[in-house]
Write a protein that binds this ligand. Structure first.
Ligand SMILES: Cc1cc2nc3c(=O)[nH]c(=O)nc-3n(C[C@H](O)[C@H](O)[C@H](O)COP(=O)(O)O)c2cc1C
Length: 307
């Protein structure tokens, strides 16, 4: 039997498949459909200090092979998350990663400090949100990234996954995050996109810009993971258009330690467990004992011995 597990900082995931933030709620709805303990982990919806109502509708807009969203960080806020959602997430039998979003470095610091609790396996700092007006560019900037990560590093002993937008000076910002004490790099969030309604000539979203996800962005995010894994020595967690085990293998071959399934959960609610099964079968059929041999093999001229 192959060892499907992966280590990310102090955390060992039973397999490299995680549910991506904002596409899986807190896991409860999916737990009604399948045993979510089969997943490597679940990343929560972004939690903010205070509850947020999010943006006015519409919030989702389908595009060819993709999805634009403008959710606007709707979430119950830290207090309600700690009281109601976190205890339920802990019951799901898999790693719990809490995604957080703050207005400024101090707010991020307060969030991670108050989340330094047993049962929180890692904290993912969401340094981008393309659909909040005037915000969301922290991860595009190395200095701003370093400030947030440094404050959070001082505020908690928990593993810090730093999640980047796909645009801006991301490679430099990831290096800055590593220096400031990040445990892992998560890449990437959605791409800034726009849809216009022909009848009215107005953007479909109240804030105009939305975030593009789904298969349409896969080659772009795969390229970013490939580049990031060359410039940092931290584990990289890939997301962006992963809907099949083959997609996930490509990300691992590009250098990812783990992958996150986002929009894939909307296309097929069983997408993530199907990936888990497909990845295990891949290791068995290739006679691989673990992910070591193929992780990052795209940088080394491919799988050694492959024709
Ligand atoms: C509806 C929706 C909500 C999202 N909310 C969050 C969020 O709260 N925090 C975050 O870091 N990323 C959020 N994301 C980004 C996803 O976690 C993921 O990184 C991105 O969608 C790319 O992966 P995908 O193509 O598999 O969806 C959201 C994405 C979607 C589609």
């Amino acid at each position: 039997m192959p060892d499907t597990s992966v280590r990310i900082g102090s955390l060992v995931l039973k397999n490299p498949v995680l549910a991506a933030s904002g596409t899986f709620g807190f896991g409860g709805d999916y737990a009604r459909l399948y045993d979510v303990s089969r997943l490597g982990g679940i990343v929560s919806k972004a939690i903010t200090l205070r509850p947020r109502a999010g943006n006015p509708p519409p919030r989702l807009w389908e595009t060819p092979c993709g999805l634009l969203n403008s959710i606007g960080l709707e979430n119950p806020g830290l207090e309600a998350f700690l009281a109601e959602e976190l205890p339920r997430m802990r019951e799901l039998g898999t790693a719990v990663i809490v995604n957080v979003w703050g207005e400024d470095p101090e707010e991020y610091g307060e969030l991670v400090s108050r989340l330094s609790l047993p049962g929180v396996d890692a904290i993912e700092l969401n340094l981008s949100c393309p659909n909040v007006r005037g915000k969301g560019l922290v991860g595009e900037n190395p200095e701003a990234t370093a400030r947030v990560v440094a404050v959070c590093r001082r505020a908690t002993d928990k593993d810090l996954w730093v999640k980047f937008p796909p645009q801006g000076e991301v490679l430099q910002a990831a290096r800055a995050a590593q220096q400031a004490g990040a445990t892992a790099i998560s890449a990437a969030n959605t791409y800034r996109g726009l849809a216009i309604e022909l009848e009215t000539g107005r953007p479909v979203f109240a804030n105009a810009i939305g975030g593009l996800s789904g298969p349409a962005i896969k080659p772009l995010s795969l390229r970013l993971v490939y580049e990031l894994s060359q410039v940092v020595s931290l584990p990289v967690i890939g997301s962006g258009g992963i809907v099949s085990w083959q997609d996930a293998v490509e990300f691992i071959m590009a250098g990812a330690h783990a992958v996150q399934v986002g929009t894939g959960n909307f296309i097929d609610p069983l997408c993530a467990p199907k990936l888990v099964r497909g990845l295990r079968k891949f290791l068995v059929q290739r006679g691989l004992g673990s992910w070591e041999l193929i992780r990052g093999c795209a940088h080394r001229g491919g799988i050694s011995g492959a024709a």
